[in-house]
Design a protein around this ligand. Structure first.
Ligand SMILES: Nc1ncnc2c1ncn2[C@@H]1O[C@H](COP(=O)(O)OS(=O)(=O)O)[C@@H](OP(=O)(O)O)[C@H]1O
Ligand SMILES: Nc1ncnc2c1ncn2[C@@H]1O[C@H](COP(=O)(O)OP(=O)(O)O)[C@@H](O)[C@H]1O
Length: 182
């Protein structure tokens, strides 16, 4: 006898530091868990402590990081988990490879651009990175002195400077609902 399996998906939240990726991921995941879905959040900082330990922020290292996370996300999503990924993923070709990995196993994949302007991110500066860059203590900060290639055709764009965190998380939820995943 076969058992019906829940439909998984990967929801990748891409955007600048302090754009709101982590906050939205947590809000969305909380709601999904409350509703009984299987959910994982692949937190960028935690991944960098373990799975991607030793990697830095060069283009090559960021691509390696994103491909590793993409592999884990696809495995989880293919096995019925709603997998939320709040990771910058600044390079378009790298994100495209992750999308293709999902396509090849027919696993739903959503790219959400957390499109907060850099000025707003810099004001928020949750981890003090923008201040450190301005003070000359950090170089290669995404969106300031390192590239961020905005998605050309994302599944959803969030302008968080005009939204509460709950509204942003609800917009992602609505996208999943429209696709029959929740
Ligand atoms: N130079 C530089 N540029 C960007 N981000 C930096 C940098 N140095 C450290 N950090 C912190 O590391 C987090 C980014 O890690 P990610 O794994 O999401 O980035 S990436 O996709 O590999 O580019 C990122 O987390 P978030 O702020 O949550 O985006 C930063 O806190
Ligand atoms: N609509 C919104 N969505 C997400 N975060 C928001 C929003 N409006 C304000 N914020 C605030 O912006 C900050 C985003 O920080 P964080 O989620 O850690 O960003 P990131 O993970 O992209 O670096 C938080 O302090 C959050 O409360």
């Amino acid at each position: 006898m076969t058992t019906a399996r829940a439909q998984g998906a990967t929801i990748w939240l891409t955007g600048l530091p302090s754009a709101g990726k982590t906050t939205i991921a947590r809000g969305l995941a909380g709601r999904l868990r409350t509703e009984g879905h299987r959910v994982e959040v692949l937190d960028g900082d935690e991944i960098r402590r373990f799975l991607s330990a030793g990697l830095g922020f060069s283009r090559e290292d960021r691509n390696t990081n994103v491909q590793r996370i993409g592999l884990v996300a696809e495995v989880l999503a293919r096995n019925g988990v709603l997998t939320v990924v709040p990771v910058i993923a600044p390079y378009a070709d790298s994100r495209e490879a992750v999308r293709k990995r999902h396509q090849s196993s027919d696993t739903p994949y959503f790219e959400v651009h957390v499109a907060t302007p850099v000025e707003v991110c810099s004001d928020r500066d949750v981890k003090g990175l923008y201040a450190r860059q301005a003070a000359g203590q950090l170089t290669g900060l995404t969106g300031v002195d390192d590239p961020y290639e905005p998605p050309v055709d994302p599944d959803l764009v969030l302008e968080t400077q005009h939204q509460t965190p709950q509204q942003s998380a609800d917009a992602v939820y609505a996208m999943l609902a429209a696709r029959g995943l929740v």
